[in-house]
Every structure is written in C-alpha cells, then in structure tokens.
Design a protein around this ligand. Structure first.
Ligand SMILES: [Zn+2]
Ligand SMILES: [Zn+2]
Length: 230
C-alpha cells in the first residue's frame, strides 16, 4: 500500500487497484478487489487503523467481479455499507449478469462468456445507491455517472485534490497513459462518458487497472480522446 497523495492510499493487488480516501466525513474505500483480495485488503485497512464501523462506505465504481469481489467479506468484517449505482446494483446482488453488448471479436466474446461463468463475486445486497451529481463528502467525492464499460459505472471526482477516481473508464500503462477498456456495455455511452470527463479539470487520475497518473491527467486524456473513442 502506498500513500500517493495526502489522505489517498493505493492498494495495488495483482489484478486490480483499490483506493482508500480520507475526507472530513471519514474514510472511504473505492472498489473492493477480486474475491481473492479480501485478506490483503483487510490487512491494509487495519494497518491504517481501520476497525469495525470505521469505514463510511465501500464505494463501487461498477459491478464487475474484480471490483466487487471482496465487498461481501469486507462488509461483514468491517460492518461497512456498500454503495453502487442502481444500474449495476442487480449484478452486485447476484440477480443479473453485467450487460455486455460490444465485446469485440469471437475470441474475446468467448473468453468473456467463459470467465463470467467461471468467476463470480460473492453476491452482496447493496445498502444504498449512488446518483449522478451527488456529493458524498463536501469538496471531495462527487459522483459522476459514466456509463459505457457497464451501465452503472461511476467515477468519483475529488475537487479538492484535483483527482479523478476513474474506475474502468480507461486503463493506464507505462507505455501509454490511457488505453480503452477491453469490454463495453455500450459504445455510444462510452463515447459520451469520455467527452464528459474531458470537460473536467483534474491534474491526477487513478483507475482500476494500471499505475496512477499524478500530473496533467486531464490534458493527457484530452490528447488521447480521439484514439480512445471506439
Ligand atoms: Zn470492469
Ligand atoms: Zn476492472
């Protein structure tokens, strides 16, 4: 675990990133890793002094298994409520699959169909839903509905830190700052989401996959926007 900005910790797991954010309202977890990350996430949280009842909420950027996987375990252990956008809430609760409409070629399609049959996050009933434009913590953690990768994908915008929690809207890599996600529910919505994010001012951006971008993040996103548009 690494404190990448004051009050923002990056928990880097083999498949996915998880973040802890401190605000005046308390500590929040952004995403909950895969089902195999529960022990490591708990250890990381405990090293920050987090005990039962200390987390304000587990905020889910979306309902994919690599972001929801340990949510049920963390909720039981830490007594932390789970908040997610209504459009992904049924998937988190295990009552519906994540809708995927655009999944590339046959090979990608098959591998996604297979992995979604083999790998499930333990279902968990969300405690509350998130609405576009909602402010969870004053000056930090504004909810932005960013459908495309999934219908209920959201980003969290921390105005005070000039930081975007971008979930799986894009991913980052060392070679290229932004890359499109592998799978989408809705390519048109994704295009609109990228245009919407390009109007925001954020120096820093962190995502579910890939290293954080700690300066000029919005400029880089705008520069790559054409290439990113599906
Ligand atoms: Zn995803
Ligand atoms: Zn992901």
């Amino acid at each position: 675990m690494q404190e990448i900005l004051e009050g923002v910790w990056w928990i880097r797991r083999p498949m996915v990133n998880v973040y802890v954010v401190q605000t005046h309202e308390g500590l929040w977890l952004v995403d909950a890793g895969t089902p195999w990350d529960a022990k490591a996430l708990l250890a990381a949280l405990r090293s920050l002094g987090v005990e039962r009842g200390d987390l304000r909420a587990i905020l889910l950027t979306h309902g994919d298994f690599d972001h929801v996987g340990s949510a049920a375990h963390l909720r039981d252990t830490l007594h932390a409520p789970i908040w997610v956008h209504p459009a992904d809430a049924e998937a988190v609760a295990g009552r519906a699959p994540i809708r995927r409409r655009v999944v590339g070629g046959l090979a990608t399609r098959l591998s996604i169909a297979l992995s979604s049959r083999l790998v499930h996050a333990p279902p968990v009933e969300p405690d509350r839903t998130l609405a576009d434009g909602e402010v969870l913590a004053e000056g930090c953690l504004h909810v932005i509905h960013t459908p495309g990768h999934t219908d209920g994908h959201v980003c969290f915008f921390d105005e005070r830190r000039c930081l975007l929690f971008g979930g799986d809207v894009v991913r980052t890599s060392r070679r290229r700052m932004y890359r499109p996600p592998f799978v989408l529910a809705d390519a048109d919505a994704q295009r609109q989401t990228l245009r919407k994010l390009a109007t925001l001012k954020f120096d820093r951006a962190v995502f579910g996959h890939g290293p954080p971008i700690l300066n000029d993040a919005d400029h880089l996103l705008r520069a790559e926007l054409t290439a990113l548009e599906p």
